[in-house]
Design a binder for this molecule. Structure first.
Ligand code: KG4
Ligand code: ZN
Length: 338
């Protein structure tokens, strides 16, 4: 019998709900982005985000249910993101998920947002069920790169994650956002830097790489500072924005892809998976594929950034493993991936 998870995600600046069948098939997927709302401030304002989640949450859940043509009787499990993220944002989605579980007397599963990102690699639209994409294979070496986190994780099975390394300062996505601001490019920085870099020469301005040899950790704050100094060394308006963008993007992608490939070799991973908003970056996708010693899984672009479909998939596999979260489960802003 088919099993449907209703999943809710509100950890940062997207209010999202999804209906996922059997952990892999997307029947409904609704995302209300707050990007235009935060653009006027050049970044995410937590109080503004929280209020926007309150306004969007019910319509977004209705939208996901309508897309799935699901009634409440079709839902078997409710999953909600419990962290990490902005506490005032997380609380809106988590409480909505718990309230639905309570009202419908359904099992509730709390999901780690970062683990959720990895599950974007399991997803496909229900319309493609006739040619199912292969499931990722364990041990899976995962590079999780988002706006707030950069983690290298070995996944030996569902729910069996070991963090090998993490960023010691800025997350990769955060570095994209900050360098975009230095270049006067707007928010969010990742897609805009990628666009600017298309016409840039990555070799014109050399930027550093922090290898942190002997560890699987990363560091991007030195690179960000080097980009700032480079821009400041030119009279206003004379630096080539596209060349800085290309050099910066190449530095980030070089370090991330090299260390991911090395870890895959040393830990005998069968596959590599990339996840999180920065997994949408074309330079990173190309470099990981080029360097990995094993097959690489890359989520479809639209499932890289925050959504609830990935939370539904992670929630389904947690549920299968016997996980049931209590309705007293609270948000955890700093929840680590493992
Ligand atoms: O995973 P995500 O949607 O939210 C968090 O959990 O943080 O990631 C958002 C981050 C932002 O920093 C954004 O600039 C970055 O992902 N991003 C990208 C690209 N698309 C989004 N970074 C580089 N290249 C992209 N194409
Ligand atoms: Zn995210």
């Amino acid at each position: 019998m088919a099993m449907r998870v209703l999943a809710i995600e509100s950890s940062c600046d997207e209010t999202a709900a999804a209906v996922i069948r059997d952990g892999r098939w997307i029947e409904g997927n609704a995302v209300a982005s707050q990007i235009p709302l935060h653009q006027q401030f050049g970044g995410i304002v937590p109080e503004v985000a929280s209020r926007a989640h309150v306004q969007a949450i019910v319509p977004v859940i209705r939208d996901a249910m309508a897309q799935a043509e699901a009634t409440w009787d079709d839902i078997d499990v409710v999953a909600g993101t419990m962290g990490p993220g902005l506490a005032g944002s997380l609380i809106i989605g988590l409480n909505a998920a718990k309230a639905i579980a309570y009202a419908r007397d359904l099992p509730f599963v709390g999901v780690n947002h970062l683990e959720g990102h990895i599950y974007a690699n399991w997803l496909a639209p229900a319309s493609e069920e006739h040619r199912p994409p292969a499931e990722p294979e364990f041990p899976l070496l995962c590079l999780v790169v988002s706006g707030g986190h950069t983690d290298l994780v070995l996944m030996r099975g569902h729910g069996d994650l070991t963090r090998l390394g993490r960023t010691r300062d800025d997350a990769a996505g955060e570095a994209f956002d900050k360098v975009a601001r230095i270049l006067g490019l707007g928010f969010p920085g990742g897609p805009i830097i990628q666009k600017a870099a298309e016409s840039g020469d990555p070799k014109r301005y050399p930027l550093p790489r922090a290898w942190l040899k002997g560890s699987w950790d990363f560091s991007f704050s030195g690179l960000k500072t080097a980009a700032l100094r480079l821009v400041q060394s030119f009279p206003e308006g004379e630096v080539s924005v596209s060349d800085v963008a290309a050099a910066f993007q190449e530095s980030v992608a070089d370090v991330l892809s090299t260390k991911t490939a090395q870890a895959a070799t040393e830990l005998n991973a069968r596959q590599v998976a990339v996840a999180g908003g920065v997994a949408a970056n074309s330079a990173l996708r190309a470099m990981v594929q080029e360097r990995s010693p094993v097959p690489v899984r890359l989520p479809p672009l639209k499932y890289c950034t925050d959504n609830a479909a990935m939370i539904g998939s992670a929630g389904y596999y947690r549920y299968l493993a016997g996980v049931r979260s209590d309705l007293t489960t609270d948000v955890s802003a700093n929840l680590p991936i493992a």
